[in-house]
Design a binder for this molecule. Structure first.
Ligand code: SAH
Length: 364
């Protein structure tokens, strides 16, 4: 966030930092140095940057600031997952989740305060949308995680609150910083963006950023997906699937990860599995089945474990890599679709709700 007079340097990726320092009449490499101080070393005080001259530091105090969101509290779950509740300068709160696994540490990063997409099975959707996060608020979550863990995470997934492709520029800049050797050095194969499928943004992303792609599919046909993920009415499967296929083309190591939440009696039959197999034919794919995480007021129920396993085996038999996502951090509401934060100005939600209401159909 930039105040009237000062630029928050946490809003800039490395290129932006070089440009900023050149505009000050300084050198690009000083920009790279400051970038490294704040992200790699975690320093947020210009005067602690020992290789920056006193004159330049004084100039920086005049025109720049180093402002981050604040970690308010940490909630540990029984399984080692931790939820970090983070407060933004306007008092709203977002949530970031840390998920340790053998040999890996994954953090799940939020991109918006709330979400505007209204997927019918997601509790983030219930609390509406307030605003996009800035670059500093997105990368600030990684900065906080790195300080808390004492090291950069090995994996970052843009799977927290919000639709990352609806906050395109800030998310792309933050993902650049995640991968930068002078910052967090997370491999391009280990930064994953998860989207509900905003097709034009996906095409643009392919030109600007090389990251892993996860797509919230949840249904094998338009009729059902229109109800579960309403953005499908705008960007239906016949546009989404080819765009995803193109996204991974040209890199044999890449596959699209399809996220598929298992909803009892809604999308979890063997017929659905077969339709899914047909839909994904010709696209390098992995399917990640997500057991539904219920929340108060939801109309959906959890698929029985045997049905999830039968679905997974059916996909596997046809040669599709299929895994079932282990639900983590349930006891602290940190699991998929359970992140809610604290969103101000719910009027925006009501407005969006009334639009969405007209689209709702009974799917049972
Ligand atoms: N907006 C992005 C990022 C959210 S990622 C997207 O749609 O991809 C979080 C994943 O959890 C998505 O696949 C989302 O559809 C899924 N999810 C949402 N609510 C859920 C719930 N209650 N139970 C299980 N998974 C859920």
């Amino acid at each position: 966030m930039t105040t009237d007079t000062k630029t928050n340097l946490f809003d800039l990726d490395c290129k932006g930092m070089e440009t900023f320092f050149l505009a000050l009449g300084s050198k690009a490499f000083h920009g790279r140095n400051v970038f490294k101080w704040i992200h790699k070393h975690g320093i947020t005080d210009f005067d602690a940057m020992t290789d920056i001259s006193k004159r330049l530091r004084e100039q920086l105090h005049q025109v720049a600031e180093l402002s981050l969101p604040q970690l308010i509290f940490e909630q540990p779950a029984l399984d080692g997952t931790r939820k970090w509740v983070i407060e933004l300068t306007d008092g709203q709160r977002i949530e970031t989740v840390y998920i340790p696994e053998d040999g890996r540490s994954t953090i799940c990063v939020s991109s918006q305060v709330g979400c505007a997409l209204d997927c019918s099975f997601c509790s983030t959707a219930q609390q509406g949308f307030n605003r996009n996060l800035t670059v500093s608020e997105i990368i600030g979550q990684v900065w906080i995680a790195t300080r808390e863990l004492g090291t950069s995470p090995s994996n970052i997934v843009m799977m927290g609150m919000g639709e990352p492709l609806a906050n395109f520029d800030a998310v792309v800049a933050a993902m650049n910083i995640m991968q930068d050797d002078l910052a967090y050095m997370v491999s391009k194969y280990r930064v994953t963006i998860s989207t509900s499928g905003i097709v034009p943004a996906l095409k643009k992303l392919r030109e600007l950023s090389d990251v892993s792609l996860a797509v919230s599919l949840h249904a094998p046909d338009n009729a059902l997906r229109d109800q579960l993920v309403p953005i499908n009415q705008k960007y239906p499967l016949e546009e989404l699937i080819p765009a995803c296929r193109e996204f991974v083309q040209g890199d044999k190591r890449r596959k699209v990860t399809w996220e598929y939440v298992m909803l009892d009696g809604v999308n979890d039959s063997l017929q659905h599995a077969k339709a899914l197999i047909r839909l994904l034919e010709g696209t390098p794919s992995k399917v990640n089945l997500i057991p539904f995480n219920p929340f108060p007021g939801t109309q959906y129920q959890v698929s029985p474990a045997e049905r999830v396993e039968a679905f997974r085996m059916r996909l596997k038999r046809s040669g599709i890599i299929a895994t079932t996502r282990k639900t983590r951090g349930e006891d602290i509401d940190a699991a998929c679709g359970q992140l809610v934060g604290k969103v101000k100005d719910r009027s925006r939600r009501d407005l969006r709700r009334s639009e969405a209401e007209s689209l709702k159909v009974n799917i049972r």
